[in-house]
Design a protein around this ligand. Structure first.
Ligand SMILES: C[S@@+](CC[C@H](N)C(=O)[O-])C[C@H]1O[C@@H](n2cnc3c(N)ncnc32)[C@H](O)[C@@H]1O
Length: 221
């Protein structure tokens, strides 16, 4: 998506993003090193979740819910069967920003895309069902890069809510940072660097003890 076609000015930090991989041995600034590190990680993660979504489609699932979709562009870049509805759930400010950018680009999704602005710590199931989500139909839930930003009680509530909304045949994919507390001390240099340029990547995560997600999701409703 080009910065030029966008209705809003891009934050200067985005304008300084590297747009290509540096050659072997080419010097990079601290900030570029941070973005390059992030792009490697996010690249692998995006591909993993692309495969999760494609698997769900192959399995006949036709409701996809991207929880904390952020600037996810799967609606625009994957090949979709005609009858899929994709829900993108995120905080209202994020949804407003994204819709503004997409309008500026006149971007057309390849599926029925519904953006739902709500807070995942609150009554988001009501917002999702009001937007058209059907409980009686299997869904694929994608929680990519989300759980570290929720405190443990909100995460547990979210997983229980997903369970209640999931018809048989539904599936979920999520990721977690195994030990945020350990990361917080080991990752001090990364946090200092990211704080200078964006926000504290690690310090912005919750490290409180968690339930086993598998145990929680494996239980009957
Ligand atoms: C690291 S981004 C991940 C975005 C996207 N899933 C991806 O992988 O590119 C985290 C997202 O979580 C969203 N988020 C964090 N807390 C949230 C909350 N309480 N309710 C809804 N969204 C939330 C943020 O707005 C942001 O878009």
């Amino acid at each position: 998506m080009s910065a030029a076609g966008c209705a809003r000015p891009w934050p200067s930090v985005l304008a300084r993003h590297p747009t290509r991989r540096p050659a072997e041995g080419e010097p990079v600034t601290d900030q570029q090193a941070l973005h390059l590190h992030g792009s490697r990680y996010i690249g692998v993660r995006s591909r993993f979740y692309d495969d999760v979504v494609r698997d769900a489609l192959r399995g006949g699932v036709r409701q996809i819910v991207l929880l904390a979709a952020g600037l996810d562009t799967r609606a625009f870049r994957l090949d979709w069967p005609a009858d899929v509805t994709l829900y993108e759930v995120d905080q209202p400010q994020m949804i407003d920003f994204k819709e503004d950018v997409l309008r500026g680009e006149q971007a057309q999704p390849g599926c029925r895309r519904i953006a739902v602005g709500t807070d995942l710590r609150e009554d988001w199931p009501a917002a999702l069902t009001t937007a058209g989500f059907t409980r009686s139909v299997p869904a694929a839930w994608v929680a990519e890069g989300l759980l570290a930003y929720l405190p443990a009680d909100a995460e547990e509530r979210l997983l229980r809510q997903i369970h209640q909304l999931s018809a048989p045949g539904s599936r979920i994919a999520l990721d977690r940072i195994a030990q945020v507390n350990r990361l917080t001390s080991d990752a001090a240099p990364l946090d200092q660097l990211s704080s200078r340029h964006i926000h504290p990547i690690v310090g912005g995560c919750y490290g409180d003890p968690r339930w086993s997600r598998c145990a929680l999701l494996g239980r009957r409703r």
